[in-house]
Ligand binder design. Sequence first.
Ligand code: NOJ
Length: 539
Amino acid sequence: MAVNAARKWWQTAVIYEVYPRSFADVSGDGVGDLAGVTSKLDYIANTLGVDAIWLCPFYPSPQVDFGYDVSDFTAVDPVYGTLGDWDTLVREAHGRGLRVIIDYIPNHSSDQHPWFTGSRSSRDHPRRGWYVWADPAPGGGPPSNWTSEMGGSAWQFDAATGQYYLRSFHPEQPDLNWRSPALRDAMLGVLGFWLSHGADGIRIDVAHMLAKHPRFADNPVREQPLRNLTDRQHPDFDTQEHLNDRLQPEVHEYLAMMRHVLDDWSRRTGRERVAMAEVEVMPWDTWSRFFGQRDDGVQLPFNFQLIEAEWSPAALAASIEGQEAALPLGAWPNYVLQNHDRPRLATRLGREHVRNAAMLLLTLRGTPTLYYGEELGLGDLPAARDRWLDPLGRDESRAPMPWTSGSGGGFGPAGVSSWLPPYPDLGTVSVEAQLRDPGSVLNLYRSLIALRQASPALLAGSYETVRAASACLCYLRSTDEQQVLVALNLGPGRAEVELPRLGRVLLDTYGRCEQAPRTHLDLPPYSGAIVELDLSQRS
Ligand code: NOJ
């Protein structure tokens, strides 16, 4: 039976985020590359069994922000390979039924991009208006109080022309001006370029930031900074309410333009393209606008709430129900627990929570995105602060993927040092070691993904929270043909869960299944189970 016949591919897909610098190095320079990703497609498509990859940036870049500072939007940085390597990757991925989503970075370029070197050369340059330039404030100094995500003012003075340019991130990442029609055309052209090279979709970087207040009005200053310690944003960031440097209504017009390009390609080629968007955690009603008023926004605006939610049944249920309630008619939910900007979950919450996190992510209603290495239960790799390459310390969650147990972890050719040090415990964390161990976290992910893909209820069923013992998060996923109960004991003690009807365990967090029908579950600490309920008993 085709369990996903009525769904779009990105609704039934599990998406896997690949950070190319850290995935696999074929060229032997210590940095991962596109050929490295291609060399691991069998692992991604067959061993792990996911459906799509999202590739973090691989474009020419001075690497100040590790690829998010792009100096040519339509080429491949030699450190990652060539356009030919990209074409090979896409062809090989498609040959295995895998979709490929690219990172699209519309908010800023590198200061080395010829667009910016032109723009900064004179106030009269034809591309001056492609970036956000402003005169100093009347008494001198920056035009507004906006702060950069990397710390300090978001405005950078440029003595040559006596104006400031906006840089919401590093000084080397000037913001592009989406209010300029010519800039918009150029950036939409970039989209067309990658779609014509086979991309199946885009992940839009900081989509919420595309439109700023047209007169650069100050942000309100917070009396009490938020200090969200799980986040790696610079502390300056939460000293103000970011009302005017982002989220202006035009954001949605610009996203609709991107969607239009994608839809046009979908129609012309008969292959549906998807837009995912990075949007910061925000109130649900603001978030839901990213779908667009007439399904003309992005199909998957990242829902980062679970990255920040307290790991308790009540907080998780509230967050899940919050998304369900906020979804516009016909819109599809999504979930994510980790990414390349955030601490890995095993570090944030503790290793004991990794298996429940896997079961949660892969049994919720909505498209899950996994971060490379999440399937191994990896934690961050602490680096001494004085050796951080990234000022926000994000290197710690970007360590080289541990493929084998031997020295270097099989990241690159033998004897080559990787750009960040390898995991020290390769004998237990590597793919090789975990594939040998039937009870490993990797094998749990493989079973969960396979089960999800075969289960009508998990793929497309409704979601309903079920009241249970206080340490347990329990929910039902139901279609007419199948009903599944997921029970996750998040606490350190045993927990008993009464089943609403007889059920059999399809999978528990130790990787086991059980044919015998049962009336209740007795869950050890930090463990969970997926139970198929007997529908013949339905009243
Ligand atoms: C979000 C990306 O995920 C992050 O890595 C980057 O530093 C900023 N956007 C700027 O592009």
